[in-house]
Design a protein around this ligand. Structure first.
Ligand SMILES: NC(=O)C1=CN([C@@H]2O[C@H](COP(=O)(O)OP(=O)(O)OC[C@H]3O[C@@H](n4cnc5c(N)ncnc54)[C@H](OP(=O)(O)O)[C@@H]3O)[C@@H](O)[C@H]2O)C=CC1
Ligand SMILES: O=C(O)CCC(=O)C(=O)O
Length: 424
C-alpha cells in the first residue's frame, strides 16, 4: 500500500482532516487497495452556488450554498442541509463523507452527501428563510432527486424547510415528488418517529455502551451539549430510562442541576422562549466550557464539530461519550481519550438513527403506505443495536477504538461494493 500520508493535523482543528485521519487508519488496518483508497478519499461532486434573496426591507442579499456528494456507490446520496454561519466547504466535505460511512455502518442503501447555507436563521424572518430555501432548491434541481440525492434536516433546519424544498422541487417537476426529501411534516408524507429518531438512536447507543461498561442507567448522570432536536430528544428518552440529566446547554449558555434537570420542563421552557434556554429556572447557569468537563458518567455532545479537542480531552471526566453531533471529537483528541479509557461511541454509529428513519420515510413514500410509530421505532432500534454490536465485535477483533471499528465496517462495505460494480 502506497497511500499518500494525509496532511499532518494542524494546530487548528479541521473536520475534513479529522475525517481523513480516521479513514487513513481504518484503511491501513483493512489493507485497502491504493486505487479504492484514492477513490473514496475524494468527493464525487461538489457544488457551490450563489443565492440572491430579496430581504423583507427590499434589499437583495447574496448567500452562499453548498452541496457535496461524497459517494453514491451504495445508492442515491443522502444527507442533511445545515443553516449556520459556520458553514464552509471543508465542513460540508467532511459531513458528506461521514454520511457515506454512516449509511454503510447501519447497512442502508444510500451514499453520502451534505449541504449547507452560510446564514443565521435566527436573524431572518420566516419569509426570508422560505425564499432562501426555495432559491437553494431551484439551484440544486439538477442534483436533487429521489433516485439521485435526497436532502434532510440538519442544524438550523427542520420539517418546515423540508416542506419548502419538496414543494419547490415538485413545482419544477410538474408533479408531487415527496420522496425527494425526508424529515417532512407528517401530512406531506413525513414518517412517524423521524423527529425523535436521531435522539432515540443516541439513547439506544448510550444504553448499549452502558451495558458493556456495567453502568446502571438508574445510577448514571449525563451532560448534554446542544439542546436542539438531537440533544433534547436524547435527554428526554434517557431520562425516561432512569438516567439523570444534570447539565444541558445551547448558544445562550450552560445550565446545571446536580439533582437532575426535568427534561419535559426544559423542553417546554425552550419552546416558549423562542427556542432558547436563556433564563431557564430549573438549573444554575455555568460556564459553557465546564459542561464538557463535568464529573458525569455519560457526555453527549449534540451541537457541532470539534468541541472535544487536543486542548480539553485530557480534562474530560465522563467515562462514556456518545456523539449525537457529527464530528464533535477532533482526531487529535482520540488518542488522549483512549489513553484515559474513555469509551467514545462515534458519530457515524451513535447518531445514525436519524438517517435510518429517513430511509424508512423514503421507503414509505415509494410504497405509498404509512407505517405505525411502533413499527418505525422497533425497526430502527433493531438496526441501531445490531450495528452497535457489530462495531463492538470489530473493535475487539482488530483491537481498535469503536471509532476506527466503525470506519472499518463502513469502508469494507463500500469498497466491496465498488469492487463488484467496477467500471473505474
Ligand atoms: N437532526 C438530525 O436528524 C441529525 C443531526 N445530527 C447532528 O447533530 C447536531 C445537532 O443537530 P440538530 O439537533 O439537528 O440541530 P438543532 O439546530 O436542532 O440544534 C442545535 C443545538 O446546538 C446548540 N448549539 C449550537 N452551537 C452551540 C455551542 N457552541 N454550544 C452549545 N450549544 C450549541 C443550538 O443552540 P441554539 O438553539 O441556541 O442556537 C441548539 O440547541 C449537528 O452536529 C448535526 O449535524 C446528526 C444526525 C442527524
Ligand atoms: O436523515 C438524513 O437523511 C440525514 C441526516 C443527517 O444529515 C445526518 O445524519 O447527519
Amino acid at each position: 500500500m502506497g497511500y499518500i500520508e494525509p496532511a499532518p493535523i494542524k494546530d487548528k482543528e479541521n473536520p475534513f482532516e479529522s475525517m481523513m485521519s480516521r479513514f487513513h487508519i481504518a484503511a491501513q488496518a483493512l489493507g485497502l487497495d491504493d486505487e479504492i483508497y484514492n477513490v473514496l478519499k475524494s468527493p464525487y461532486k461538489q457544488a457551490i452556488v450563489s443565492l440572491p434573496v430579496t430581504m423583507d426591507d427590499g434589499s437583495i442579499k447574496v448567500f452562499e450554498g453548498y452541496r457535496v456528494i461524497h459517494s453514491n456507490i451504495l445508492g442515491p446520496s443522502k444527507g442533511g442541509v445545515r443553516y449556520d454561519m459556520g458553514v464552509n466547504l471543508d465542513e460540508v466535505k467532511a459531513l458528506a463523507a461521514w454520511m457515506t460511512w454512516k449509511c454503510a455502518v447501519v447497512d442502508i442503501p444510500y451514499g453520502g452527501a451534505k449541504g449547507g447555507i452560510k446564514c443565521n436563521p435566527r436573524e431572518m424572518s420566516p419569509g426570508e428563510i422560505e425564499r432562501l430555501t426555495r432559491a437553494y432548491t431551484q439551484n440544486m434541481h439538477e442534483i436533487f432527486g429521489p433516485d439521485r440525492d435526497i436532502p434532510a434536516p440538519d442544524m438550523g433546519t427542520g420539517p418546515r424547510e423540508m416542506a419548502w424544498m419538496m414543494d419547490e422541487y415538485s413545482r419544477a417537476q410538474g408533479m408531487t415528488v415527496n420522496a425527494v426529501v425526508t424529515g417532512k411534516p407528517i401530512v406531506l408524507g413525513g414518517s412517524l418517529g423521524r423527529t425523535e429518531a436521531t435522539g432515540r438512536g443516541v439513547m439506544i447507543s448510550a444504553l448499549a455502551a452502558m451495558e458493556k461498561m456495567k453502568i446502571n442507567p438508574f445510577n448514571a448522570k449525563c451532560a448534554i451539549q446542544g439542546f436542539g432536536n438531537v440533544g433534547s430528544w436524547a435527554g428526554k428518552l434517557l431520562e425516561e430510562r432512569g438516567v439523570s440529566v444534570v447539565a444541558i446547554s445551547d448558544v445562550s449558555g450552560a445550565y446545571f442541576n446536580d439533582g437532575g434537570i426535568n427534561m419535559n420542563e426544559a423542553i417546554a421552557y425552550r419552546d416558549k422562549n423562542n427556542g432558547q434556554l436563556e433564563g431557564f429556572p430549573g438549573a444554575e447557569k455555568i460556564n459553557p466550557d465546564e459542561l464538557l468537563l463535568l464529573d458525569v458518567d455519560v457526555l453527549i455532545p449534540a451541537a457541532k464539530e470539534d468541541v472535544i479537542t487536543f486542548d480539553n480531552a485530557a480534562k474530560i471526566k465522563a467515562k462514556l461519550i456518545v456523539e449525537g453531533a457529527n464530528g464533535p471529537t477532533s482526531a487529535r483528541a482520540d488518542a488522549i481519550l483512549q489513553e484515559n479509557d474513555v469509551l467514545a461511541v462515534p458519530d457515524i454509529l451513535a447518531n445514525a438513527g436519524g438517517v435510518t428513519v429517513s430511509y424508512f420515510e423514503w421507503v414509505q413514500n415509494r410504497l405509498g403506505y404509512k407505517w405505525t410509530r411502533e413499527r418505525v421505532n422497533r425497526r430502527s432500534d433493531r438496526i441501531m443495536k445490531t450495528s452497535f454490536n457489530k462495531v463492538y465485535e470489530i473493535s475487539q477483533e482488530y483491537k481498535v477504538s469503536l471509532r476506527i471499528a466503525a470506519y472499518i465496517v463502513a469502508i469494507e462495505k463500500v469498497s466491496t461494493t465498488y469492487k463488484y460494480r467496477g467500471g473505474f
